[in-house]
Design a protein around this ligand. Structure first.
Ligand SMILES: NC(=O)c1ccc[n+]([C@@H]2O[C@H](COP(=O)([O-])OP(=O)(O)OC[C@H]3O[C@@H](n4cnc5c(N)ncnc54)[C@H](OP(=O)(O)O)[C@@H]3O)[C@@H](O)[C@H]2O)c1
Length: 266
C-alpha cells in the first residue's frame, strides 16, 4: 500500500486525472485501483466495454473518484485519435500505457498478421500517445508517463522473439525520454516486470509458472515514478535480473531460450 503521505504527494504532482490504457485487466487495472486510492480521477481505456465496466465498478465501489471509460483498440490509429479527442478537456497529469500483449512460439510458425497487430498495440500506440502527452505536459509544465517494458526487453528471447523486440523498443524509448524530458518537468518511467499472473499468459499461449501478482508490482512502480528512469518491480523480477547480471548477452539469449521453450505452449 502507498502511505497517506505518498498518495498525497503523487496526487499533487501528477493529478487530478490519470489515463490508464489496458485498464480492464491485470497490471493496468491494479495500477488504476492504486491511483483511485490516492484520489485520482481515471480515464480507463481498453477494447472490451463489459470488462471496462467491471473495472469501473471495482474502482467506484471502493473509492469516491470520477471515471470515464473509453473503448478503443490500440492497433487502430483512428481509435487512438478518438481517445485523444475524448480526453482533450480533462486535466490529465499522468498517463500509464499498459495495453499490450505477447505471442509465443518459433518465429517461423507465427502469423505475420498477429505480429504486426502486436507491433501496433505494443509500440505504435505507445509512440502516438507518448508524443501527444509530451506536447500536453510541456504546455502544462509537468506530468508523468509510465511505460510497460519487461525483463524480456534486455536481450533477445527465442520463442518470444518479436514480443521481446517490442519491449526492447519500449525500454529504449523510455530510457531516452526520461533523460530528455526530466529537465522539462516530465517524468518518464519504464516499468520492467518479470512474469506476472494476469490475462497475459492465456493470450500469449504461455504457461506462466512462478509469477508475481499485479498487486506485488503496482506500488513499487508508482513509488519509482519521478525517482528512477527504470524500475524492476517485485522481488522475483530482481532475482531473475540479478541472476543474469554478469552473464554475457549472447549467453543470456541461450538461457532465455531454455526458459521460454518451457513456457511456450505447443
Ligand atoms: N503479465 C506479464 O507477465 C507481463 C510482464 C512484463 C510486462 N507485461 C506488460 O504489461 C502490460 C499489461 O499486461 P497484463 O499482464 O496486465 O495483461 P492483461 O491482463 O492481458 O491486460 C492487458 C490489457 O490490455 C488491453 N488490451 C489488449 N489489447 C488491446 C488493444 N488492441 N487495444 C486496447 N487495449 C488492449 C486489455 O483489454 P482488452 O482485451 O479489453 O482490450 C487489457 O486491459 C502489457 O504491455 C504487457 O506486455 C506483462
Amino acid at each position: 500500500m502507498l502511505t497517506i503521505a505518498e498518495k498525497q504527494k503523487i496526487k499533487t504532482k501528477y493529478g487530478p486525472w490519470a489515463l490508464v490504457t489496458g485498464a480492464s485487466s491485470g497490471i493496468g487495472l491494479e495500477l488504476a485501483i492504486q491511483l483511485a486510492s490516492a484520489g485520482f480521477n481515471l480515464i480507463l481505456c481498453a477494447r472490451n466495454v463489459q470488462r471496462l465496466q467491471n473495472a469501473e465498478s471495482q474502482v467506484r465501489g471502493r473509492y469516491n473518484v470520477e471515471t470515464k471509460l473509453v473503448a478503443a483498440d490500440m492497433s487502430d490509429q483512428i481509435a487512438i485519435d478518438h481517445l485523444i479527442q475524448s480526453v482533450q478537456n480533462l486535466d490529465i497529469g499522468l498517463v500509464i500505457l499498459s495495453a499490450g500483449y505477447g505471442t509465443s512460439g518459433l518465429f517461423k510458425d507465427v502469423s505475420l498478421h498477429t505480429e504486426i497487430n502486436m507491433l501496433r498495440v505494443n509500440c505504435e500506440s505507445v509512440l502516438s500517445l507518448t508524443h501527444y502527452f509530451t506536447q500536453r505536459f510541456l504546455s502544462r509544465g509537468k506530468g508523468g508517463i509510465i511505460l510497460l517494458s519487461s525483463i524480456v526487453a534486455f536481450q533477445g528471447v527465442p520463442y518470444a522473439a518479436h514480443y521481446a523486440a517490442t519491449k526492447a523498443y519500449i525500454q529504449s524509448l523510455g530510457e531516452a525520454l526520461a533523460v530528455e524530458l526530466k529537465p522539462l518537468g516530465i517524468d518518464v518511467l519504464s516499468a520492467a516486470p518479470g512474469p506476472v499472473l494476469t490475462g497475459f499468459g492465456d493470450r500469449a499461449n504461455m504457461t506462466m509458472g512462478r509469477s508475481l501478482r499485479p498487486s506485488d508490482i503496482s506500488v513499487p512502480i508508482l513509488r519509482a515514478l519521478g525517482k528512477k528512469n527504470t524500475v524492476l518491480p517485485g522481488t522475483l523480477t530482481r532475482i531473475l535480473m540479478f541472476g543474469l547480471g554478469m552473464v554475457p548477452r549472447r549467453k543470456k539469449v541461450l538461457i532465455m531460450k531454455k526458459v521460454m521453450a518451457g513456457m511456450a505452449n505447443p
